[in-house]
Design a protein. Structure first.
Length: 183
């Protein structure tokens, strides 16, 4: 069984499928992909993304706001928990920290506050986290520990750090993803 544990199906170029999402899903199924997790990255696009995948039982979703999303609705604990009540929501995120583009101190603080909110939501609803981390190894691990993320675990998506960071994440109950950035 193949599972795509991190996709953004609402951002797929459907041109090769005649702009038909159902034809695209049929092709993924024919290729052996039996389950998918469509990962949310902002709250504005979430309702359309959720509606798009609704007819397809093999697609689950996550809800969250990507650390690089600087505009749009800022997630609150209440908002994330309300969305997480949906049975198709299997995880909280995509969340985390991304300093790869040289984040200024104010931007780093904003990302850290948002990350804490996502961790609190995951803990409150008992769902795992989908974490994006780039060039933020120390802060990512510190916040995971401070906020008790080991209670829910999850996956370190977009992982480009070293073995020590991987070991620390594994010790906190997280899985490691080797994304396209690494390969």
């Amino acid at each position: 069984m193949f599972v795509d544990s991190h996709c953004h199906l609402d951002r797929v170029d459907l041109t090769p499928y005649g702009k038909d999402f159902a034809a695209f899903i049929e092709a993924t199924t024919a290729a052996g992909i039996e389950q998918m997790l469509c990962v949310g990255i902002d709250l504005e696009a979430y309702p359309a993304m959720r509606g798009l995948v609704d007819p397809f039982a093999q697609i689950q979703v996550s809800v969250g706001v990507h650390p690089n999303e600087a505009s749009g609705e800022e997630p609150t604990l209440e908002r994330l928990l309300a969305l997480a009540e949906d049975a198709r929501v299997r995880a909280i995120g995509e969340t985390g920290l991304d300093y790869a583009r040289g984040a200024e101190p104010q931007e780093m603080e904003r990302q850290q506050r948002r990350f804490r909110t996502h961790i609190a939501a995951a803990r409150a609803c008992g769902k795992p986290l989908v974490i994006h981390t780039r060039a933020a190894r120390a802060d990512t691990l510190r916040l995971l520990e401070e906020e008790g993320a080991d209670a829910v675990g999850g996956v370190m998506h977009c992982f480009t750090e070293d073995w020590d960071t991987a070991r620390a994440a594994l010790d906190l109950g997280f899985m490691i993803s080797f994304s396209g950035i690494l390969t």
